[in-house]
Design a protein around this ligand. Structure first.
Ligand SMILES: [Zn+2]
Length: 180
């Protein structure tokens, strides 16, 4: 946990600013460099996972993974956008992954978001309307099914032998499968 305290002397006080956390993490990176072991770039489980950016989801802990096991793609909602398709295609064609796991979750910020109002507010604040959808949804299972369909319907994703969707419960860490 990084604390930001004002009024202190020395390095800590000088670091307080918009990039204070970033600078602290760079210091931690020096420790990570010392601990690093060599990994292949090809995911050893031949697996790609698409999930939400939610900070409560530790994908590695939730599924018992370690670095080098899988390609992990994250965005708000874990929804399958064109950019996720782009990454999946590269994951499969260049890095040899075969299975796909989509993992959405309970209590997502996009659940019951009023997207129309959110976009209107954003347009008023920024002077421009975004060319993308934010992906608000009402039913998490339906949201998983929508993402499953986008992978399965994509002509660019070749490996579809195992494309499965799940909901991660942020309260219990339990993963539940959603039937397509
Ligand atoms: Zn989320």
């Amino acid at each position: 946990m990084i604390e930001v305290r004002n009024g202190e002397r020395g390095e800590r006080a000088q670091s307080v600013g918009s990039d204070y956390v970033t600078n602290r993490l760079l210091a931690r990176n020096r420790i990570a460099v010392r601990r690093r072991s060599e990994l292949a770039k090809f995911p050893r489980m031949r697996l790609a996972i698409v999930t939400c950016m939610d900070c409560r989801i530790d994908v590695y802990e939730a599924l018992g993974l370690t670095s080098g096991d899988a390609n992990v793609l994250r965005n708000a909602g874990g929804i399958v956008t064109d950019d996720v398709i782009r990454s999946l295609v590269l994951s499969q064609r260049l890095l040899g992954t075969r299975e796909v796991i989509l993992m959405h979750h309970t209590d997502c910020g996009l659940h019951d978001l009023d997207e129309e109002r959110f976009v209107d507010d954003l347009a008023a604040a920024s002077g421009a309307r975004p060319p993308f959808e934010f992906g608000a949804f009402r039913d998490v299972d339906d949201d998983v099914r929508r993402s499953l369909a986008r992978v399965i319907d994509s002509p660019f994703v070749a490996e579809k032998g195992s494309v499965r969707g799940f909901v991660y419960d942020v309260a219990t860490a339990q993963v539940r499968e959603v039937r397509p």
